[in-house]
Design a protein around this ligand. Structure first.
Ligand code: NAD
Length: 251
């Protein structure tokens, strides 16, 4: 493992590795979006230093948990509404446009990769997208603004107009099954990758964090770009520390 502390040096190294690779996969986490003003979960100022997660089972079982979940979603919606893609989102989008990046697998639910220009055929959202809502039974789409207005009017969490099922933000909560199609797309991209770059993830959330490991054991070089140590640093070829914005602004 080679640890690079200086962001400029890290940036040059990453550019060289991408230049030499044939099929690059990016894997991104909440740390990519902190410089856009969206807090992460486990960083030094992360959300889990202030609140507890709501598990899927709690959401299904308890009206109070659902209403609290929606309050958090509407707060997140406001944050995302005022956030703009940053240097890292833009650099990744440019690299995708350049043709070498076959997939951007993201744990993020903020839609900033799309807004930076990563096309949907290259983007794999393994934890869903918080800018949408869907019925847990029939998957019918529900507009977040309408859900917000309905809760303000009734004081109750919404049910699906089509089938009566519970409506939930279209994200994967703790304890909820992973989306099969997105995971299959991710695994397919990883099988063919020769460079896998994890950016802004604490690599503590499973099964997402198993993807860098799978890439490494299937022969890809593994690069981890993150401000603090991760449990997978030991198997990475290169670990680039420091601000993600600084590393990517020079790419
Ligand atoms: P995480 O919060 O567990 O880890 C983020 C990591 O990024 C931390 O190690 C932190 O030190 C690092 N980091 C933060 N800002 C950085 C910066 N500017 N430069 C360098 N490093 C920086 O996030 P995760 O691994 O993505 O997993 C947590 C879950 O959080 C995911 O499931 C995701 O869905 C969810 N989440 C998403 C968002 C979002 O969409 N923006 C925000 C919060 C949480």
């Amino acid at each position: 493992m080679n640890i690079v502390q200086d962001p400029t040096e890290g940036s040059l190294l990453l550019a060289d590795l991408i230049g030499a690779a044939r099929r690059v996969v990016f894997f991104t986490g909440a740390g990519v979006s902190t410089e856009s003003g969206i807090p992460d979960f486990r960083g030094p100022n992360g959300l889990w230093t202030k609140i507890q997660p709501i598990y899927f089972d709690e959401f299904v079982a308890s009206e109070d948990a659902r209403l609290e979940d929606w309050r958090r979603r509407f707060k997140f919606k406001k944050q995302v509404g005022t956030a703009e893609p940053n240097a890292a989102h833009r650099a990744i989008a440019k690299l995708v446009a350049g043709g070498k990046v076959t997939a951007v697998i993201t744990q993020n639910i903020d839609g900033l990769h799309q807004r930076a220009g990563v096309p949907s055929e290259h983007l794999i959202e393994i934890h869903g997208n918080a800018t949408r809502a869907a019925c847990l039974e029939c998957d019918a789409h529900h507009e977040l603004d309408e859900v917000e207005a309905e809760i303000a009017r009734t004081g109750l969490s919404p049910v699906c107009r089509a089938c009566g099922g519970l409506v939930k933000a279209a994200v994967i909560s703790f304890g909820q099954a992973m989306p099969v199609r997105a995971m299959m797309r991710a695994e397919h991209a990883i099988e063919r990758a020769d460079l896998f770059v994890s950016v802004g993830s604490s690599l503590q959330v499973q099964p997402a964090a198993s993807l860098p490991m799978a890439a490494k054991y299937q022969g890809a070089r593994l690069v981890i770009v993150n401000g603090e140590a991760t449990p997978l640093d030991g198997i990475a070829d290169h670990v680039l520390r420091g601000s993600i914005g600084k590393v990517f602004s020079a790419i």
